[in-house]
Design a protein around this ligand. Structure first.
Ligand SMILES: Nc1ncnc2c1ncn2[C@@H]1O[C@H](COP(=O)(O)OP(=O)(O)OP(=O)(O)O)[C@@H](O)[C@H]1O
Length: 603
């Protein structure tokens, strides 16, 4: 939990900024995802234009009814009302198709963006992914893409409608009476300036509140993730207080923002209606002077309301577009990264035919996130095909790092790693990794059935192969003890398997993968005697005929290996067989054995 508040160096997703051309270009670039659906999109645009047009016809038609009342029209009230209904029906139909088509296009395009972003994330090197928080990457796929979808399904239509309302509305008004239009327009600058000024300040405040809310969510997320730790330390009150403190900041900020929003809305209502009252006052004078018909005044007032509403909504649209640009940039950032492999190459990869001889020669390495800190300082070792070696040493010595380099999770800086005499990077990534299986310390089970979890080792495996793997991993006895057997759901929402059972699932996975090279990261926590025995037999079965590197914690495994390498501070301090190393005077291994395995030996 040490890194719970380390998000300070990440730019806030709600940071306030101006719309930049570069950002706008990025957003437009993402429009290429619309390309496959351009015909549907275009038809949607036509419906958008039609529905905007019909809604703009309303004020005119209502004006026409007044004309009938004034006796200045050649139509009857019924005729015009009928026409109004006709327009209403048209508008309903147009709006329906506009919404349906835009939603269809945006859903399809967003699905493509989401799967592209996910594909990119999953094919990026571990070094890149390690530097990001999981939550941050998830939010790119969820909220950032949703924001973009909002632009397509809603904001775009609104921008179009409001601009059309402004242009067409003001043109009709000029045509009706230029004097009154100029009078009306004179009241607008006040509205515009106020809405820009207040709008900017309010956005800043609401973004701060959103930031705080996001921080509050992080507390919930992290507390739930580490709920065992929280409860073990009886720190429930501490977590609740932490949450409450942030919530209070959210409320304070929101209330402060509300005073501005309240003031702003009041002002807008006052200014908008004040403007309308002004227009009525000036227009009524014109009607009295005979310069202007009553119906025209009616039409005029309705259009003015439309236009006023459009202008006051502009600030909101600006904010939406701004947010969308931010979201697009974050999506692009991921899409532009260079992946370590392509999905196609991974799909078509077959394990390169190797025998499994491994050579490390003077390998130096430091992690990309801590370049100045050498972790491996000249590792040299040789493992012949089918041999078993153990890496032992204190925590943090570099044992896991040695095997991570073999999987090419990271690239070493100098020295050489060869498999069957060929340099590691001459193998394709997937072809290499298909040759290696890892049984990790902490076995991760995916939500799903036991069957699916074993099949993870070889998704194309037949039922027989999976049963056989489970049998050879000594997992059948516990799988059969569940009523649903292989169909038992495990993972977050399913049955909780014990440490030993999880390990046997991992062993079954590895058996199914059938690799030439096996990496065994033994669990430090000991299992009960019965589980331990079963796991050990299963491991022995798995290690047969495979080059095996064990990160060893158990005496039972260490005794059986051909060679032990003792790692200290990134170097090989001692190497030899168990017998050779235990007799070394003041030897590191002898000490380790004494410390770690004293109990095991006496058992
Ligand atoms: N992803 C990483 N980024 C930066 N530093 C790392 C990373 N992983 C490990 N290290 C550092 O590299 C050093 C060696 O770690 P490594 O995990 O290889 O040790 P280990 O011998 O396997 O320890 P353990 O037995 O506890 O797993 C440690 O100092 C660790 O802090």
């Amino acid at each position: 939990m040490a890194d719970r508040n380390d998000n300070t160096d990440q730019p806030s997703p709600f940071a306030v900024r101006k719309i930049s051309w570069q950002g706008l270009k990025t957003t437009l670039d993402l429009f290429r995802y619309l390309k496959p659906y351009r015909v549907t999109f275009f038809i949607g645009l036509v419906f958008l234009a039609l529905s905007t047009g019909t809604s703009l016809a309303f004020p005119k038609l209502i004006g026409s009814i007044i004309e009938v009342i004034e006796g200045k029209s050649k139509y009857t009230i019924n005729q015009i009302t009928l026409f109004l209904f006709f327009i209403l029906i048209c508008q309903a139909i147009f709006s329906y198709f506009r919404i349906y088509l835009f939603t269809k296009v945006s859903e399809l395009a967003m699905t493509n963006i989401r799967s592209d972003v996910f594909t990119k994330i999953i094919t990026l090197p571990i070094a890149f992914l390690e530097q990001r928080r999981v939550g941050e990457l998830t939010s790119r796929i969820t909220s950032d893409v949703s924001q973009l979808q909002g632009l397509l399904s809603f904001t775009l239509a609104e921008v179009f409608r409001q601009i059309a309302t402004l242009v067409i509305g003001i043109s009709i008004l000029f045509y009706t009476s230029w004097k009154l239009t100029l009078f009306m327009l004179a009241t607008f600058p006040v509205l515009v300036i106020a809405s820009v000024f207040f709008g900017r300040h309010m956005r800043r405040l609401s973004r701060k509140a959103q930031d705080e809310l996001a921080a509050a969510n992080v507390v919930v997320e992290e507390t739930l993730q580490s709920v065992h730790v929280v409860k073990a330390f009886t720190n429930e009150p501490l977590e609740v207080n932490r949450y409450k403190t942030i919530l209070k900041r959210v409320v304070d900020l929101s209330l402060y923002a509300a005073t501005f929003r309240g003031g702003f809305v009041s002002f807008i209502i006052f200014a908008l209606f004040g403007g309308i009252v002004g227009v009525i006052w000036y227009g009524a004078g014109l009607v009295q002077a005979g310069e202007f018909g009553l119906s025209d005044l009616f039409t005029f007032i309705l259009y003015t309301t439309f236009i006023g509403a459009s202008i006051s909504g502009m600030g909101d649209l600006y904010a939406q577009i701004n947010k969308t640009i931010g979201a697009s940039e974050r999506i692009f950032e991921i899409l532009e990264e260079t992946p370590e492999l392509t999905l196609e190459s991974a799909e078509n990869a077959v394990a390169s035919p190797i025998s499994g001889q491994i050579v490390y020669k003077d390998v130096h390495f430091s992690y990309p996130s801590r370049k100045d800190l050498p972790v491996l300082k000249g590792i040299s070792l040789q493992i012949n095909a089918g041999e078993k070696i153990a890496l032992v040493g204190y925590s943090g010595a570099g044992k896991s790092t040695i095997v991570q380099l073999l999987m090419r999770f990271y690239d070493y800086q100098s020295g050489e790693i060869r498999i069957d005499g060929k340099l590691l990077h001459t193998y394709g990534l997937s072809e290499l990794r298909k040759n290696i299986a890892i049984v990790p310390q902490e076995v991760m089970l995916f939500g799903g059935t036991i069957y699916e979890n074993i099949a993870y080792g070889k998704p194309a495996a037949s039922r027989d192969e999976i049963y056989d793997a489970a049998k050879r991993a000594y997992a059948l006895e516990f799988i059969d003890s569940f009523p649903e057997k292989f169909e038992t759901i495990v993972g977050e929402r399913g049955v909780k398997l014990s440490g030993g059972q999880r390990q046997r699932i991992a062993i079954a996975r590895a058996i199914l993968k059938n690799p030439k090279i096996l990496i065994l990261d033994e669990a430090t926590s000991s299992l009960d005697a019965e589980s331990e025995k079963l796991v050990q037999i299963a491991l022995d079965e798995l290690m047969k005929n495979r080059t095996t590197i064990v990160i060893a914690h158990r005496l039972a495994t260490i005794r059986k290996v051909d060679m032990i390498y003792v790692i200290r501070e990134g170097r090989i301090a001692e190497s030899g067989s168990h017998q050779e190393l235990t007799v070394l005077d003041n030897g590191l291994y002898a000490n380790l054995i004494k410390l770690q395995f004293e109990n095991a030996e006496t058992n």
